[in-house]
Design a protein. Structure first.
Length: 345
């Protein structure tokens, strides 16, 4: 064992409080780096899986440039476009319950905001793959039937067989709950599925829709089909869907950017903590270093001692930090399991 190593170990044993605090700082820094970079890929995968799952359901959406309703006969024009395999019309609009009809949630709050989705019962499940937690899907013969989200069912206690009163242009309309979907509410509003005719009557928009969803044929070129649809519909309409530059791509890019930034911040924060810790050690030991120089220790000896201390503390701190980071990531993943599962639906 060299003189530098003996001197370094003696310092570490003699200054146990400083050694312990330094070791804790290194462990914390490594834990931050390893822990956050351990959980971020899982969160990123969940976000990507959820977005990709939504994008996989619909290749193309058609809506009005003014976001208003339009005649349902536009569906036939889209369906007749070469490369389109399946189309489904829908009427999607927000709905606010008046205070008298608001629903009481189990946490003491009131549920008043909804997103109503009027869909064609024969086509909606084929194009959107709406999963049910309970009950059945909408049928062609249904009139005032409705599907509610699992989240709404858990919050309010509503379920299959219960009824829900919704305000319509002609007054309150009672809907029978026939199914509960597994999805969670979008944008803090509960999602309600009902037959398209019922939604049109609810908003007094007979024969009107505001969204067309479509799937491409297996051997079709997406961009070619999109352009053909635009040419056939003319001005006044806009297209969406899972293509480059679409809302899906933008959301995915934003998610990647956010999680990359979190990873970079974790690395910078952990590295800064470790750097400040070692810098403080050197500054506090200037007197000791001066005494060693006064009794004849060379710069090489002092540098070797400091590097040996750093190596010992670094190895121990990194090992413990990795274990702590793994435990931190595992704990966070367990605690956030419900959120991750919801994102991956």
């Amino acid at each position: 064992m060299t003189f530098q190593v003996k001197l370094a170990l003696r310092y570490l044993r003699g200054r146990r409080l400083r050694t312990g605090l330094t070791l804790m700082a290194i462990v914390f820094g490594v834990m931050m780096i390893f822990g956050f970079n351990g959980i971020l890929p899982a969160m990123q995968q969940a976000i990507q899986g959820g977005l990709a799952g939504m994008a996989d359901q619909v290749d193309l959406t058609v809506s009005s440039e003014t976001r208003g309703a339009f005649a349902a006969d536009v569906v036939a024009k889209v369906a007749d476009t070469p490369g389109i395999a399946l189309v489904a019309p829908s009427l999607v609009r927000p709905l606010i319950l008046p205070p008298a009809q608001s629903l009481s949630a189990d946490n003491g709050t009131s549920v008043t905001s909804f997103v109503v989705r009027g869909v064609d019962p024969e086509l909606a499940d084929k194009i959107d793959h709406i999963a049910l937690a309970n009950g059945r899907f909408l049928q062609t013969a249904d009139t005032n039937a409705i599907l509610i989200s699992n989240n709404l069912a858990q919050q309010t206690g509503l379920g299959v067989g219960d009824s829900l009163d919704l305000p319509a242009a002609s007054g309150l309309v009672t809907f029978a709950i026939v199914g509960v979907t597994t999805g969670r509410p979008p944008q803090s509003s509960e999602e309600l599925f009902m037959p398209l005719a019922a939604a049109q009557a609810l908003y007094n928009l007979p024969g009107q829709i505001n969204t067309i969803e479509a799937r491409f044929a297996a051997d079709s070129d997406g961009e070619t089909v999109r352009q053909a649809v635009l040419d056939k519909l003319g001005s006044g309409f806009k297209l969406g869907g899972a293509t480059a530059g679409s809302e899906f791509a933008s959301a995915l890019e934003a998610a990647n950017y956010i999680y990359n930034m979190f990873g970079i911040i974790a690395i910078i924060l952990g590295g800064f903590i470790i750097f400040i810790t070692f810098r403080t050690i050197i500054v506090e030991r200037r007197r000791d270093i001066g005494m060693l120089r006064a009794i004849g220790a060379s710069r090489k000896t002092i540098l070797g001692m400091l590097l040996t201390e750093s190596l010992v503390l670094g190895v121990m701190g990194t090992g413990l930090g990795i274990l702590a980071g793994y435990a931190m990531a595992a704990g966070l993943l367990i605690g956030m399991r419900g959120l991750i599962e919801d994102l991956m639906r």
